[in-house]
Design a protein around this ligand. Structure first.
Ligand code: GLN
Ligand code: ZN
Length: 772
């Protein structure tokens, strides 16, 4: 019997980001919803077709989304807060967009739901809100519609839903706190999933996949019970449906780590399929299978093709895993380790990369072939494997060394000692010195770095790329933008200015372009949130700084004003986390290489007269292992020192800022303080301010700048609203240690929203200063 192949989920944004373009055109009023729907439908059809042609048996449906699959799940379950319903949109998509990105217009004025990072990825989901008056019930036909749509094309798909456990663990109450999950809620939620299963059984689905990545986290008290309660209801329903003719199978899918601590329970519950990640949770998952075995009626869906990297799969390695599973059970399906949502669409068209390089990469489309080939090899005899051309071709990618090590980089790393990781004098002493040197008011105002990248900025950059303007013309344009933004910031009265980052396409790619060891793609976009996509560069070889990166424009900006201009860098951990890392060298070593490169830049900026330097570690938390027990030894113990290595060489008067794209770091507060920055700004307006309690409690020494308004939304906050926000911050933090700034990412907004918002922010700060 051929081995079953399965894909957990496929990218939905389109080969050329068609969905993004269509939805954004709609938001701008340039097209209608009918067009957006048509684009969505065409993409779904194309994506199913591609998977079918690649020979995938279980092709996902309902992995499509206009904005986010968690948001879809909330809507499916009826968790649409009153404030969005009250907008009374005629079209459901408009309500969905209002929940995703806020809304300000004739129908009303609401902020968006909070957004958080999806486990260890750079994808962001919307946090569902459940309150006492949420009436949980089946509230949408999306999964069924998409299933039928595929069926009409002759493709029997495997519907995919975020499972009830992960949904409830990630949902919050209106105060953004953890939910009280009582019996009633469990029954309501599980009943909807049971109903969904019933509908799919009627529609003729053979498999339904419930994604439960939250199972890869450490279990708290009550978690296992919660899981059991939910799924005993769901599985009882399945048994009922199976008594009729149309049996529907339940695939419990897990990813982003191992589930060894709950595997025995999973086994006993009687799932038809259990999806396990053998890329990120290999050893533990294998050990669990060996220890507890597999029930007779259960198929293990072996996730061996990574949904998180762009490198070709090592077939011999994957076959080793499958052979090991086979010693426990014959029922093995081969699949992706997680959804392919987190990888780019296809390597096709990447003709800027040398074919000898390109052959090492597999994006979503290519990974389908890998799944298929591994599945075929899985059941092949020893002899057939030996004779397999696919296997031999694959093997050749891993024979020998791919790149030659850079001797200089290795030597520099070897020479590092403890003192390279320690800045002196101590922070309290530096603080005095900086106070004197910088002469800033109480509650200094600043922004996080970028200013709107208008159509003009982007088109001028494109012209340079296409050779339609000279480097000189481009540089003059950038200088002009800097002049304007400096003047504007002076005008509205900000204290610490920035140069605006107009020369940067992206905060990681721009740095990568000036570093040795990086490669770039044309079109390898990955969805980050909503319609936003990122195009991470690839770490190919050893990394070092090829030339000064930011000195010129920072120095220029500083020359245009008497105010302090903050230099703006991306930190090593973030560069690595937002790139595609190598797999032949550890993350720790790659991060150190990057740290040394950025350290060179810090010292050059200081020498050029820049007094405040911000080193963004936007993504520091992103790769924090899911299980707390792994946090330190597997990550923080090297990630935090790497940041210190970047700035330990500066003078006491040079003020080092860092920035993070989230405010959930109460649990690693000591580690954040150990980065030894002088100031940290973080995104906070979409979350609560509990981190400030933790900051107080931990005697956090770093000064803090919690974002005072959300920049992901086009709405303009009023002065009074901001005064209240600052009051809320000051109730929890010492006014001598607080900075006032918006959330990060102004580059994604327009000037029309940005400047009035900042004016309100400065005005609000002045009012509050007056009260102190
Ligand atoms: N300095 C960057 C900016 O303002 C930081 C972006 C980010 O935090 N993601 O755009
Ligand atoms: Zn940020």
């Amino acid at each position: 019997m051929p081995t079953l192949t399965s894909v957990s989920g496929f990218p939905r944004i389109g080969r050329d980001r068609e969905l993004k373009k269509s939805i954004e055109a709609y938001w701008k009023g340039k097209t209608g919803l009918a067009e957006v729907r048509a684009v969505g439908k065409a993409l779904r059809a194309e994506h199913w077709r591609i998977q079918k042609d690649a020979g995938i048996d279980l092709i996902p449906s309902n992995d499509f989304s206009y904005y986010d699959q968690m948001l879809d799940t909330a809507i499916l379950l009826g968790a649409v807060p009153q404030r969005y319903k009250r907008l009374a949109f005629a079209d459901d998509e408009d309500t969905l967009f209002a929940m995703g990105r806020g809304y300000q217009g004739v129908q009303g004025d609401v902020t968006a739901l909070p957004m958080k990072k999806w486990f260890t990825t750079n994808y962001h989901y919307l946090v569902p809100e459940i309150s006492a008056d949420t009436h949980i019930q089946l509230n949408s036909t999306k999964p069924f519609d998409e299933f039928n749509e595929a069926k009409a094309l002759g493709i029997l798909t495997k519907p995919v839903l975020i499972g009830p456990y992960t949904f409830l663990k990630l949902a919050r109450n209106p105060q953004a706190e953890e939910l009280e999950i009582d019996r009633g809620l469990i029954n309501e939620v599980a009943s909807v999933y049971a109903e969904v299963l019933g509908r799919f059984s009627e529609l003729g689905a053979q498999w339904v996949q419930f994604d439960e990545p939250y199972l890869a986290l450490d279990k708290e008290d009550g978690d296992v019970e919660l899981f059991k309660s939910l799924y005993s209801i769901v599985l009882r329903a399945r048994n009922r449906y199976s008594e009729g003719s149309a049996a529907v199978k339940v695939l419990l899918n897990t990813y982003f780590g191992h589930v060894a601590d709950i595997y025995e329970t999973l086994k006993l519950l009687g799932f038809d399929g259990i999806g396990m990640d053998f890329v990120e949770g290999r050893d533990e998952n294998l050990a669990a299978l060996k220890e507890y075995g597999v029930s007779e009626d259960t198929t293990i869906f072996a996730g061996v093709v990574s949904g998180r990297n762009i490198w070709r799969n090592d077939y011999a390695d994957s076959l080793g895993v499958i052979d090991a599973i086979r010693t426990v059970t014959d029922r093995v399906a081969v699949g992706t380790a997680s959804s392919l949502l987190h990888v780019p669409f296809s390597t096709q068209g990447e003709d800027g990369l040398n074919p000898t390089v390109l052959r090492h990469f597999a994006f979503a489309v290519e990974k389908l072939t890998e799944v298929k080939e591994i599945a075929s090899l899985a059941t092949a005899t020893e002899e057939d494997r030996r004779g397999s051309r696919e296997l031999a071709a694959n093997q050749s990618l891993f024979d020998g060394t791919r790149v030659v090590a850079d001797r200089q980089v290795t030597e520099r790393l070897n020479k590092l000692t403890e003192s390279d990781f320690t800045r002196s004098p101590a922070r309290a002493i530096r603080r005095e010195a900086q106070h004197e040197a910088l002469g800033l008011p109480q509650l200094p105002t600043t922004t996080i770095g970028s200013f709107p990248q208008t159509g003009e900025v982007r088109s001028v950059r494109a012209k340079l790329r296409r050779g339609e303007i000279s480097q000189d013309e481009y540089d003059r344009f950038i200088a002009g933008q800097i002049d304007e933004v400096i003047e504007h910031q002076e005008q509205i009265g900000l204290d610490v200015l920035v140069h605006g980052e107009f020369e940067r396409n992206d905060m990681v790619e721009y740095f990568g372009q000036h570093l040795n060891g990086f490669l770039f793609t044309r079109n390898a976009w990955v969805q980050s949130y909503g319609t936003r996509c990122v195009k991470p560069p690839i770490v190919w070889g050893d990394v070092s700084r090829a030339e000064p990166i930011t000195v010129r424009w920072s120095k220029y900006a500083q020359s245009r004003t008497k105010h302090v201009v903050k230099g703006m860098l991306t930190g090593p951990v973030t560069i690595l986390n937002w790139s595609w890392p190598r797999e032949d060298v550890s993350h720790e070593v790659q991060t150190r290489q990057l740290a040394l490169a950025i350290r060179d830049e810090v010292l050059d900026l200081e020498a050029a007269g820049i007094k405040v330097i911000q080193i963004d570690e936007a993504a520091l938390r992103e790769k924090l292992p899911l299980r707390r027990t792994d946090w330190h030894k597997k990550y923080l113990d090297w990630a935090v020192p790497a940041f210190r290595l970047v700035h330990s060489g500066v003078k006491p008067t040079t003020q080092i800022h860092t920035h993070m794209c989230y405010s959930e770091f109460n649990d690693i507060i000591k580690d954040i303080d150990d980065m030894d920055a002088d100031v940290i700004s973080f995104e906070a307006s979409r979350g609560d301010l509990v981190v400030l309690d933790a900051i107080q409690e931990a005697r956090f020494e770093t000064e803090v700048g919690p974002g005072v308004y959300d920049i992901h939304s086009p709405r303009i906050p009023g002065t009074q609203e901001l005064v209240e926000r600052i009051h809320a911050i000051l109730r929890k933090a010492d006014p001598d240690r607080v900075w006032i700034n918006p959330d990060c990412g102004l580059k994604t907004r327009g000037n029309d929203e940005t400047w009035p918002s900042l004016e309100h922010m400065v005005e609000a700060t002045r009012q509050v200063r007056g009260e102190l």
